[in-house]
Design a protein around this ligand. Sequence first.
Ligand SMILES: *[C@@H]1O[C@H](CO)[C@@H](O)[C@H](O)[C@H]1NC(C)=O
Ligand SMILES: *[C@@H]1O[C@H](CO)[C@@H](O)[C@H](O)[C@H]1NC(C)=O
Ligand SMILES: *[C@@H]1O[C@H](CO)[C@@H](O)[C@H](O)[C@H]1NC(C)=O
Ligand SMILES: CC(=O)N[C@H]1CO[C@H](CO)[C@@H](O)[C@@H]1O
Length: 621
Amino acid sequence: MPVQRTLFGRPVPAISPRKIVVLLATISIFAVITLVFTLPSSIPAGPSLGKFTDHKISLPKLPKQLSTPSILNPFRPAAHAPQYPQNSTSGESKWYENWNWLSPFSSSVTLDENRSILPPLSKRYPVYTYYDHTLDKDEELKDAENELLLTWRRAWWAQGFKPIILSPAEAMNNPLYAELQQKELEPPLKTEFFRWLAWENMGSGILCNYLTLPMGTYEDPLLSYLRRGQYGATHQLTRFEKLGSGIFLGDKPQITAALKAILANKELNSAKDFISAAPEDTFFVDPHHESLAYYDAQTLDDKYSKIAKSVGTAKGLGLSQLNKLMTSHLHSTWQNIFSSGIAVLKPQPAHMSAMVEPAWTLAQFLAQCAESPLPASCPPNLPRCKPCVSSTPMKVGTPPAYLNTSSLYTIGTVPHPFTFAALTSLRESIDVRWIRREMERDTWVSSLTKRTLGTGVSGAPRVIKFKEAVASDYGKAHSLWITAEKDIPHDLDWHFGFPIPKNTTDTGKSETPVPGPERRPQPVQDIQDGPVATKDEKVKETTILKKAKEFIKSRTAPEETIKGAIEAWNLADTEAWRFARAFLARSRVERLKWEDEEKKYAGGAGAERGKSEGWGRWFDD
Ligand SMILES: *[C@@H]1O[C@H](CO)[C@@H](O)[C@H](O)[C@H]1NC(C)=O
Ligand SMILES: *[C@@H]1O[C@H](CO)[C@@H](O)[C@H](O)[C@H]1NC(C)=O
Ligand SMILES: *[C@@H]1O[C@H](CO)[C@@H](O)[C@H](O)[C@H]1NC(C)=O
Ligand SMILES: CC(=O)N[C@H]1CO[C@H](CO)[C@@H](O)[C@@H]1O
């Protein structure tokens, strides 16, 4: 007789084992489906999951009352604030990296009104160069080489890489070093071997001469490919036609194999260079390299014989001229890419002249020609460039709205809503009554996105557009956004990849950062100029701007209320300001961290030396 099973005292109908299997299978399928559909909203893991969650977050309602400056809804269910990665704070800015970064209001995710969500930092893949800092050289030569290394690091950093200078220390760490010591080789070949041993010791990546620079758009296919860090697909090392040993790509197993094969070469003693000593199938030779400029001796002889001569007679002096030539080429390449000019954004332009002045000055600096020993020359990779001519400088305009044109560089100045309100109304003090009665919401971001989104769109999609313009891969290569209350960052050279000329005297431009109408470039269709303040207005604007900066720095308790009120009234503008502030702060932290890691290697070669003046000097009144 079958046993009668009971559950909670009731008889349970007998189930055959087959039915149990079917039941269990059903339950597990159901469980998996549930898991798959609920997980993406709880763990933000990668771009694909982010896609699902991007726009699902409910937008916080704009507050009807000003009494609650916090946008947190008291009735939303309690949630733990996420754990933040370390070092996500710099001064007053805080951020949290997440693929949800395009959600319009960060605080709905971070649960902290002061913390912005930023897109995760893209991984920077290493580019290695080799420099022997232990050799005995005179000071002049050492300084010139240091400048070259600095130029190299800056240019690769700006293109999204992590430039690393290797030294004999890394080469000696390689187990093959002992084997190499037993061979008698020509000194140049030996140096070449040291480069490779150091590279092999580091692993996969790019081995690059420090006279090889990236010169092209950020979106250039080759540079984008290099940024992805996957070089092993061809199962061969890659080098580039006509670039000699200027640059190699490869994965560690291939590098090791190549080194071993070359060390086993019986005719190594008579070999002149590394490439000819390698077996034939070691390298895949890529003919496309329009975005790489290599200034080797051959190129100098062919194209820049003046520099070649100068290097021949006095190496230190010659190399320092070569460095000037390289930086001027980097700068003119940038100018060629942004052929439509520079847009210094000036939304609601009536009283914004003082506020955008730093951005305007920066644009003027960028628009000039860099000092060059061969002013009309073109980079080796771009023989048909348009050299910078100081009589027809790059166009600079002050359009009121953001325009997404790939050949236009945008410099935006993002004001806190308080600063913006004080300036638009030309009032030194603002009270809550004025905010409620007079102030329109989110004027800044609405004006900014008018051309792309039109009118009649709410703040949320505008903020999303703004964030895209600031922080998307495309946006960050085509624009720079600074906040109105802080000085221009000191390290913009690293953002652009070349030293920004800060010398206005030689172009014959007026000393005042906002030149009179007769000196302004002719307005172009897309970047026409906004109104320029008269002298009296300018004085007034400057006073108000100064007060606003102090207000943003520190406040009394009643002022705190005003700040709370104005932020709550202008949610989108506030979000935009915090976002821009955090984005700028993070890029600085990222660079400083890397700088800190690198300075202990290769004797600190390639560092910025004695550079303390910064930007502040240029904006003192
Ligand atoms: C945000 O920062 C302000 C000061 O800048 C501070 O008064 C406020 O308490 C902060 N809010 C939170 C939630 O930390
Ligand atoms: C600007 O245009 C590029 C390509 O034309 C596009 O990928 C990008 O998303 C646009 N950016 C914004 C902020 O509209
Ligand atoms: C600025 O230009 C002058 C003359 O053209 C030059 O003597 C000076 O060295 C330059 N300064 C800098 C910092 O380049
Ligand atoms: C915890 C942590 O990583 N702290 C680092 C944050 O950054 C500074 C410098 O930028 C370092 O000194 C800290 O060690």
